[in-house]
Design a protein around this ligand. Structure first.
Ligand SMILES: *Cc1c(COP(=O)(O)O)cnc(C)c1O
Length: 388
């Protein structure tokens, strides 16, 4: 990987040490330019006219994302963020009293809140698969929980609040063997590491554009396996998702775009396609290896700082590093680093309540390097932390 070239292609690296790629990454120049070019065309010739002119670029995100996750273009829906993408799949399922939804301890708040609403509406029950010794989902425990009342397995691949990678493929084998629908929140893993829906065996997968994929804000996507499409009834439909085919009838689109809605951030969609192509041109394995190497360097450095505690769980670690300092609360650490041009974020209890509460944590600092960061930047952040 030619890191110097990739940094030259990322204007933000000249200004900040950006260790907040789990929040929103610095976009590469081609993404930024594609968005700006389209916005300019909208202003010059009109929004519909600019979209008509950009037909090829607008078709690209479906093909690019399909290639990125080893799906077919007809299995991809472009949706404004990962949460709505996930919602469109989840709320398309039908639950009855006593149906079981299995999830993992570090499930993302928005997903869990949706489980709670569904439980309230239908009497479905939410059950949390316990973690193994490493903190990741315990695959044997999951297997032991399976019965005919399990209607959905929904887990997060890489939690928002820490470095663990859940065993998504092992979960997929259990879901497939028992014919249970499997919804994977891949918001933090897409763009950070290879994600292959065939290897994982998930039926539905959601992700966002702006995080490790380096796309524009306000973009995301949903994958729905073709064999699953007819079993799902989209919770909301419009004249794009369906056609008003006779006075008293509508016909749903045959592909995953039945989960989309008509109006969207067109420039963002174009940018999302560029971002997916950009990631694939670099290679997701190379991206994963370098991002993990930088994260591991960060963890090692933190362990050498008195009063610092690395809070990451998991046997397999992602590029998300979380930590605390004995005498300084996470928001103060974030502010102090920000004053030195270093971007990190704070992850709080209410984003992943079950996991944080079980570990007695209110807040952690989250530092999330990407492949375009450097060893020198990691060391600069570590020096700044040590000085605190
Ligand atoms: C950020 C995040 C989301 C939400 O993504 P949005 O695009 O903000 O809706 C979902 N799940 C996880 C694990 C996340 O980290």
């Amino acid at each position: 990987m030619d890191v110097d070239r990739l940094r030259a292609d990322t204007p933000g690296t000249a200004r900040v040490v950006h260790l907040n790629n789990a929040g929103s990454a610095l976009p590469p120049r081609p993404v930024q330019e594609a968005v700006q070019r389209h916005l300019a065309r909208e202003a010059e010739i009109g929004g519909y006219e600019a979209a008509a002119e950009a037909e090829t670029a607008l078709a690209r995100p479906y093909d690019a994302i399909a290639a990125l996750i080893n799906a077919a273009p007809g299995e991809i829906a472009l949706i404004e963020n990962a949460t709505r993408a996930w919602d469109m799949a989840f709320y398309a399922m039908r639950f009855e009293a006593g149906d079981r939804i299995l999830t993992a301890r570090a499930e993302y708040a928005s997903n869990y809140i949706a489980f709670l609403q569904m439980a309230k509406r239908t009497g479905a029950v939410i059950e949390v698969v316990p973690p193994d010794n490493s903190g990741a989902l315990d695959v044997a425990a999951l297997e032991g929980m399976i019965d005919s009342r399990v209607k959905l397995i929904a887990i997060t691949h890489v939690p928002t609040n820490g470095g663990l990678v859940n065993p998504a493929e092992a979960v997929g084998r259990i879901a497939r063997a028992n014919r249970i629908p499997y919804l994977l929140d891949a918001c933090q893993s897409v763009g950070q590491m290879p994600v292959d829906v065939e290897a994982i065996g998930c039926d539905m997968l959601s992700a966002t554009g702006r995080k490790f994929l380096r796309g524009p804000r306000g973009t995301g996507f949903l994958y729905v396996r073709r064999s699953m499409l007819e079993a799902l009834d989209p919770p909301m439909i419009d004249l794009h998702a369906a056609t008003w085919s006779a006075d008293g009838e509508y016909t749903l689109r045959p592909d995953a775009r039945r989960f989309e809605n008509w109006e969207s951030f067109v420039a963002g969609r174009i940018g999302l396609g560029v971002a997916a192509d950009y990631a694939m041109a670099i290679g997701l394995e190379a991206i994963r290896d370098r991002a993990r190497m930088l994260a591991e360097r960060f963890r090692t450095g933190l362990r050498g700082i008195r009063g610092a505690t690395v809070q990451d769980l998991g046997a397999v670690r992602s590029a998300i590093v979380t930590f605390t300092l004995d005498r300084l609360p996470p928001p103060a650490i974030k502010a102090a680093l920000s004053a030195r041009g270093i971007n990190v974020s704070v992850s709080g209890l209410t984003s992943t309540r079950l996991d944080m509460a079980a570990r007695g944590l209110e807040q952690v600092v989250r530092a999330s390097p990407h492949y375009y960061n450097t060893e020198a930047e990691i060391d600069r952040a570590l020096e700044a932390i040590a000085a605190l």
